[in-house]
Design a binder for this molecule. Sequence first.
Ligand SMILES: C[S@@+](CC[C@H](N)C(=O)[O-])C[C@H]1O[C@@H](n2cnc3c(N)ncnc32)[C@H](O)[C@@H]1O
Length: 197
Amino acid sequence: MKLENQGAKPTGTIGKIIGRLMNKFHTSLYTSYLNTKDIPDNYRILDIGCGGGKFLNYLSQRSDGFILWGLDHSKEMIDLSGQLNREDLKKGRLKLLKGSVHKIDIANNSLDLVTAFETIQFWPDIDIALSEVFRILDKEGKFLIINRYPKKGTKWWKMANIKSEEDYKTKLENVGFCNVSIDLNFKNGWIITEGEK
Ligand SMILES: C[S@@+](CC[C@H](N)C(=O)[O-])C[C@H]1O[C@@H](n2cnc3c(N)ncnc32)[C@H](O)[C@@H]1O
């Protein structure tokens, strides 16, 4: 299986190794950004494409009050996330959903924050997926996307289903998000997008 396919759905033994590597190398960017933000203690938070579950682990340690969900369509990633966050699963403050972003098993208006890190480029229908995120967020709920922002013409740029700053803004606004903001300066080569319901 090609590396980009393993990124899209980490599978088998190699997928598990990739999940552990993502836990080790991906999460510090997300946490350094989130550490600059206030997140109220009672927030209900979903991480889409949760991979090996390290970001969920950060949230769990950040506040006892958060109620957490992780979603991934890879069984191996759900298993890894479960191993890393065993205590929260047992306590019932974390639910792990194995499934697609196109049909999320969460009721309307249920969440305060949805995060998606290094995953949207793999979503086959970005418009349906964004509508799902909008549906499950509560009024004034926030959506945070952190993604690589590849240079025009590169392989990763060709793969991306949202290619430009304007695309991010338009696609989020088209499904109803407001106050969409874009940060290209936090880390070179990355784009951070936030929208509000
Ligand atoms: C490159 S990994 C990033 C994982 C984690 N967010 C991180 O940054 O370490 C992308 C993740 O998104 C998941 N994913 C991709 N497409 C998905 C979809 N349509 N529905 C649910 N999960 C998806 C993959 O299984 C994979 O775990």
